[in-house]
Design a protein around this ligand. Structure first.
Ligand SMILES: [Zn+2]
Length: 93
């Protein structure tokens, strides 16, 4: 998925890390559709955070993760996204 060089939005990683945990907590549908819809919603409500993906990634990411406020923002955005998708899933079961 990630290129060896180039820009990477680490928000995507943060959102996907939280996604499974929150979907499990909220007992939401965990099909691929609902996962992607929830992730898209969350990412649309978070500012992108780009790092250079060769060698910059780990360092920037560690610094980034130290800041608890972002973790809270990501958690809230994912909770909102999962909740929205639970209300209006793109399938009927
Ligand atoms: Zn689903």
């Amino acid at each position: 998925m990630a290129d060896s060089h180039g820009l990477k939005n680490i928000m995507e990683d943060l959102v996907f890390e939280k996604l499974e945990e929150i979907m499990t907590k909220l007992a939401s549908c965990q099909c691929e559709n609902c996962k992607m819809d929830s992730a898209a919603y969350a990412l649309n409500h978070l500012p992108p955070k780009y790092v250079v993906s060769d060698r910059g990634e780990l360092i920037s990411r560690t610094q980034y993760m130290d800041k608890g406020q972002y973790e809270m923002d990501v958690t809230m955005a994912v909770i909102n996204g999962v909740s929205k998708v639970m209300e209006h899933p793109r399938h009927d079961d």
